[in-house]
Design a protein around this ligand. Structure first.
Ligand SMILES: C[S@@+](CC[C@H](N)C(=O)[O-])C[C@H]1O[C@@H](n2cnc3c(N)ncnc32)[C@H](O)[C@@H]1O
Length: 207
């Protein structure tokens, strides 16, 4: 046992298990596969690339949807998002409990991203919505409701960031009419993922 703990990567592995909690992830995946929609938590490469899409030169709230065990949350904090500017929305109670232990002091809402407008503090400017929601496996009406709210909540300057395991255009894209889109594939994830970043213009807000 001591030999194993002296192994150079042992501390990193113990840290990964403690923070990312793959056991809890698998438990939730087995309980509600459609809502979890992934076989394991996001890799740190995917999490870092997601976080990098958040503008640091502007202010406002950063909302993370579907925080799970916090892989992307940690990357957002490392990217420089102030804890006071970060709000997490997670639907699974066990994940919420885990997140509250791991990130004491963050605003962690146990709620449904399809009701986001009701959960966001009134009058607060939103800088970014960072989502790892499984939009392809959620019921279609829920996916539509979620995406409509992004367009309503994000101003002209706000940005939506979503990853998907579909490396080509996923079906949910037809429900969004963004003004600008950027995509990037991150291969170092299981499975590889495509990050898409959207902004909505004044015309979209009026629509
Ligand atoms: C693919 S996992 C991503 C977990 C984590 N962000 C990561 O990257 O490892 C999707 C997460 O979305 C959550 N989720 C699914 N539907 C949701 C909803 N309607 N509202 C909020 N969270 C939801 C699931 O519970 C799960 O934690």
């Amino acid at each position: 046992m001591h030999r194993v703990l002296r192994f150079p990567h042992a501390q990193r592995i113990t840290g990964y298990i403690k923070n990312v909690a793959p056991g809890l992830f698998i438990q939730e995946l087995l309980t509600q596969p459609g809502a979890v929609g992934a076989i394991c938590p996001s890799s740190r490469y995917l999490a870092r690339h997601m976080a990098r899409q958040v503008p640091t030169e502007s202010d406002g709230l950063v909302i993370e949807l579907g925080a799970g065990t916090g892989a992307i949350t940690q990357a957002l904090l490392d990217h420089g998002v102030a804890p006071a500017d970060l709000m997490l929305v997670e639907y699974s109670r066990p994940f919420v409990q885990r997140l509250r232990l791991r990130f004491a002091g963050l605003d962690i809402v146990h709620g449904n991203a399809a009701e986001l407008s009701r959960l966001v503090p009134a009058g607060r400017k939103i800088r970014a919505i960072v989502s790892s929601l499984p939009l392809c496996s959620l019921p279609e009406h829920q996916t539509r409701a979620i995406l409509q709210q992004w367009q309503t909540l994000l101003g002209q300057d706000g940005v939506a960031i979503q990853f998907s395991y579909h490396l080509r255009t996923p079906k949910w894209r037809q429900y969004l009419a963004p003004q600008q889109t950027r995509s990037k594939i991150v291969w170092a994830n299981l499975p590889p993922a495509n990050i898409t970043t959207f902004t909505f213009g004044a015309t979209m807000r009026a629509a």
